[in-house]
Design a protein around this ligand. Structure first.
Ligand SMILES: [Cu+2]
Length: 136
C-alpha cells in the first residue's frame, strides 16, 4: 500500500515534469522564432530618410550615412521637378512634384559627397546641392 503511493507520486511527478517540459518546448521555439523574425526585419529593413526638394534647396541640406549600410532616401518635391544626382553614390533620379520617389543607397566608401539637382529648375539651380557624409 505504502509502496504503491510512493510509486504513484513518482509517476505523477514525472507526468507533471513531462507536461511542463512539453509546455516549455512548445513555448520556447515559438518565442525564439518571433524574436528571430523581429531581428531579421530590423536587419533587412533599411532606414528611411525623407528629403524634400524645392527651388533651390534640399531639406535637410546635409545627411550622414554609414558605409555599407543601405538606406532609403524618400524624395519629394514641394514645387516642380528637380534632379537628384551623385555619381560616386550611384544616384541619378528625378524628383517629380506630387509623388514620392524612393532611392535605395548603399554607400561603398566613406567620405564627403555632394548630391546636385541636375534638372534645370531656375536661376538658383546651380547652387542646389545636398551634402552627404559617409562614415565608417
Ligand atoms: Cu534644379
Amino acid at each position: 500500500m505504502k509502496t504503491t503511493t510512493i510509486k504513484n507520486r513518482i509517476v505523477n511527478t514525472i507526468i507533471s515534469a513531462a507536461a511542463l517540459g512539453l509546455g516549455l518546448a512548445a513555448l520556447t521555439p515559438n518565442g525564439n522564432l518571433v524574436h528571430a523574425q523581429e531581428a531579421a526585419n530590423a536587419a533587412v529593413e533599411p532606414k528611411v530618410i525623407a528629403i524634400s526638394a524645392k527651388k533651390f534647396a534640399f531639406i535637410p541640406s546635409a545627411i550622414t550615412l554609414k558605409k555599407g549600410e543601405p538606406v532609403i532616401l524618400r524624395l519629394t518635391s514641394a514645387d516642380r521637378v528637380h534632379g537628384f544626382m551623385s555619381k560616386p553614390l550611384k544616384i541619378d533620379t528625378d524628383i517629380a512634384a506630387g509623388k514620392t520617389t524612393d532611392v535605395t543607397v548603399t554607400p561603398s566608401s566613406a567620405g564627403n559627397f555632394t548630391v546636385i539637382c541636375d534638372h534645370y529648375c531656375g536661376t538658383g539651380h546651380g547652387n542646389m546641392k545636398m551634402k552627404v557624409a559617409v562614415v565608417e
